[in-house]
Design a protein around this ligand. Sequence first.
Ligand code: FES
Length: 142
Amino acid sequence: MDRKEFLSLLGFSTASAALVSCLGGCKKDAAASAANTTGPAGVDFTLDISQPANAALQTNGGYLYSHNIIVAKTVNGDYIAVQQSCTHEQFTLAYEASQHLFYCDGHGATYSETGAVTGGPAPRNLTTYKTQLSGNMLRVYS
Ligand code: FES
């Protein structure tokens, strides 16, 4: 008797067997995700905002991703930086300057411009980074 026949005798369908299998695996995946939702540590890099690749940072409301961090220029012209991955399940965040928030398409989490959770299933605030503009050089650091 093979596994399928055995499960059939017990009244298990293939779908229920898959569900049982997923329950154990999904729990493990969720634990792994939770352990990896912090932003990078020891950050210290510089972006030349005069370069075309960084042009988004010349416009209020613009943003880009660098070193697993979102670097943004608010509608008020301030530079802010937070981890780019959601603290829920690591989906990549987007910045919505007009709403003054970071948004996750995964399950709808929102964060303020200071990284605080403002909605959705996110379990904790975003890691934030300091910024310092000197001429065209924008330093982002821990
Ligand atoms: S991954 Fe962002 S809300 Fe779930």
